[in-house]
Design a protein around this ligand. Structure first.
Ligand SMILES: [Zn+2]
Length: 154
């Protein structure tokens, strides 16, 4: 049959070509790999340039960048909100002075150092002794490490 003999011919010639082109294909694969690496590198460079440009111009955005900058600010704000939400979910509380969310057991804010008003949710008859103060100081150190400590966490 015409079709199969033609197919057979083309398979034979294709096989020969594969042998001849094998080295070329390897070279192409290498080049493609290098090209992708360079593309990745470029994207990182652009990202870095963009960050520097933003930092240097965020107080006075050039007109062409106004909406882009606004989107950056909105995203940053949302990230802060999400961080707070996560901290609250894990049992953290907000600093009465700066609003930062710190560990639920922290006596002082890890951001501004203000005293956390921890008595709000506790019994009034609980007396803060010197021993208690030491314990609280230890807990504050834990907070500085960035961990939100909760008893029944995980
Ligand atoms: Zn604070």
């Amino acid at each position: 049959m015409d079709f199969f003999s033609k197919l057979g011919d083309s398979i034979v010639s294709a096989t020969q070509e594969v042998g001849e082109k094998a080295k070329g294909m390897t070279d192409v694969a290498k080049l493609q790999y290098e090209m992708r690496s360079k593309e990745d590198f470029l994207n990182k460079q652009y990202q870095e340039i963009g960050k520097i440009f933003y930092q240097e111009n965020k107080d006075a955005a050039p007109e062409a960048y106004t909406s882009l900058f606004e989107e950056v600010v909105a995203a940053q704000k949302r990230i802060e909100e999400i961080k707070e939400q996560i901290a609250y979910t894990k049992g953290g509380k907000a600093c009465p002075k700066c609003g930062a969310v710190v560990s639920g057991s922290a006596a002082f804010c890890s951001k501004c150092g203000a005293k956390m008003d921890e008595d709000i949710f506790e019994d009034e008859d609980e007396v803060v002794t010197e021993e208690k103060t030491d314990e609280v100081a230890e807990e504050t150190v834990e907070t500085v490490s960035g961990e939100v400590v909760e008893e029944d966490e995980e």
